[in-house]
Design a protein around this ligand. Structure first.
Ligand code: ZN
Length: 511
């Protein structure tokens, strides 16, 4: 299909004449936003942001059979969560609305009349039956099935007669059988002869709904879209769109087609894989900026080479927008390096921990996470939830975890969960009491190395069996039979909390 594409490098022979960059993201509400869709939205958004332009969300919902309830709202939520700000859209409104295609049917019918009047479009009365016969005949002859443009040649008189009789018809656009070219902002010159593979396409169906291609062109023009950045799967259709613009005597926007996003092993990303939904990443405690950085490092498009940057960095949206350069987008497909996602998330977590403005929000996120995961502990008050403590733990975790949810992994549960039940021999009581006194004498916080030494000396001095005492101690401090070393636990908990937990045990055993 791509055989007639000619590459003659990237050059830009036209600058856009209006005073504003206007881009759009135009999904169909047929499901969830996934990585590929987010990439398209993001590149449009970055381009608008860099040039003080406008980012428009348009919902292409003219195929009513494919609409999924609630998908439009979900799409907007996902975009907002990602940090993509919508300037005009179904919820935001705007001068060029409505932004739902199903609310623009009157506009399409008016515009189709222009093409009927200037002879670029015509009524087609062919029945489904006839079209199916054509198709079967072509397949039998091993030819490409396409409409034979029969109704192009009906006289105006004949058409009027059939319309008067109330015969159902659709409207088709006369495509030219010449090769059509355009300058792709990413791929350079693209040339293609649509008529080789397609008959005159339907632009308005007999039920009055426009087809995708027609509505898309009309809306991009009426919404004054200056640049269209979309997936490479639309590249061939663009030559058809150019013909529509010409029939209307409209100037087309600039087009750039984004290469496919692939898995690191070169296989195609699929919507069927549940794990590429944006909602999935959000639920997995991936930060929006980490996800955006993960996406942009796969396909170029930035003045600095993000991949080869010496110090890995999670860029802000403003930084990404400033660096964004369409001419630097790769024309070969981009591979997503799955392992980089957690790396970016770790960097973003560190940014947030080190940022005084963001830390309180982060603390709240940890609190919510704890409350939802240990709800029964909230009721009996055996969960550590104070801000200062959480902040300390976050600082400790800075280079150790890549997601907030790592903080509630089985191994680290003891940080939050205060043991309430002990199934320990009472004979440990005196040793624990002794250790408590010893710890209280320490004036500063101890590091792991010193604690290890101190615990060993302590056991030796009091003739306590080291191994079994450590097991008891771990159990008293955490309720865990296995896990990090006792010294490590004491460092994480801090002296004060450690003593508190020892006290709790002593009080329990006394009663
Ligand atoms: Zn026909």
């Amino acid at each position: 299909m791509f055989s007639s594409r000619i590459y003659i490098g990237r050059f830009f022979f036209r600058t856009y004449k209006t005073d504003q960059i206007r881009v759009r993201f135009a999904p169909s509400p047929t499901g969830y936003l996934h990585l590929g869709g987010l990439r398209t939205a993001l590149y449009n958004f970055l381009y608008a942001k860099k040039h003080n332009g406008k980012f428009i969300l348009r919902i292409e919902d003219t195929d009513q059979t494919r609409i999924v309830a609630g998908a439009t709202e979900q799409l907007q939520n996902d975009l907002e969560w990602s940090g993509i700000e919508i300037d005009e859209g179904p919820m935001q409104g705007g001068t060029f609305g409505p932004y739902l295609q199903s609310q623009r049917l009157k506009i399409y019918r008016e515009e189709v009349q222009t093409l009927l009047d200037n002879g670029s479009a015509y009524h087609c009365f062919c029945t489904d039956n006839r079209l199916q016969l054509l198709r079967r005949e072509a397949l039998r002859k091993q030819e490409i099935p396409k409409y034979d443009n029969k109704c192009r040649h009906l006289t105006a008189h004949a058409v009027q007669n059939r319309l008067d009789k109330g015969e159902p018809s659709c409207i088709r656009f006369k495509i030219s059988d010449n090769e059509e070219s355009f300058e792709d902002l990413i791929y350079g010159r693209i040339s293609y002869n649509i008529s080789l593979n397609e008959g005159d396409p339907v632009i308005l169906k007999s039920d009055g709904y426009p087809t995708y291609h027609f509505a898309n062109v009309v809306d991009d023009h009426l919404m004054k879209i200056s640049h269209v950045l979309r997936g490479a799967e639309w590249q061939i259709s663009t030559t058809k769109h150019i013909q529509l613009y010409r029939a209307f005597k409209w100037e087309p926007p600039m087009f750039g087609h984004l290469p496919l996003l692939m898995n690191s092993d070169g296989t195609k990303l699929s919507k069927r894989q549940g794990d590429i939904r944006i909602g999935h990443y959000r639920d997995s405690h991936i930060f929006p900026l980490a996800l955006l950085n993960f996406i942009v490092q796969s396909g170029g498009g930035f003045t600095k080479d993000l991949e080869k940057h010496l110090k890995p960095k999670c860029y802000s949206i403003v930084e990404l927008a400033n660096q964004f350069d369409i001419s630097k987008i790769n024309s070969h497909s981009g591979k997503l390096m799955a392992d980089r996602l957690l790396e970016f998330n770790r960097l973003e977590l560190r940014n947030k921990i080190e940022d005084a403005k963001q830390i309180s929000k982060l603390i709240k996120e940890v609190k919510d996470l704890l409350k939802s995961n240990f709800s029964e502990r909230v009721e009996n008050n055996s969960l550590k939830l104070d801000d200062a403590y959480i902040q300390n733990i976050l600082q400790w975790s800075c280079n150790r975890i890549s997601k907030l949810s790592d903080l509630i992994s089985k191994n680290l549960e003891f940080i939050w969960v205060i043991p309430t039940e002990y199934n320990i021999d009472k004979s440990s009581e005196s040793s624990i009491d002794l250790l408590k006194n010893e710890l209280e004498k320490e004036e500063t916080e101890l590091d792991t190395e010193h604690l290890n030494a101190m615990l060993k000396t302590f056991c030796k001095d009091h003739a306590i069996k080291y191994g079994s005492f450590m097991r008891t101690l771990r159990y008293v401090l955490s309720g865990l039979k296995e896990g990090p070393s006792v010294a490590e636990m004491v460092v994480i908990l801090g002296k004060k909390n450690t003593i508190e937990r020892l006290d709790l045990f002593l009080n329990k055993t006394k009663t």
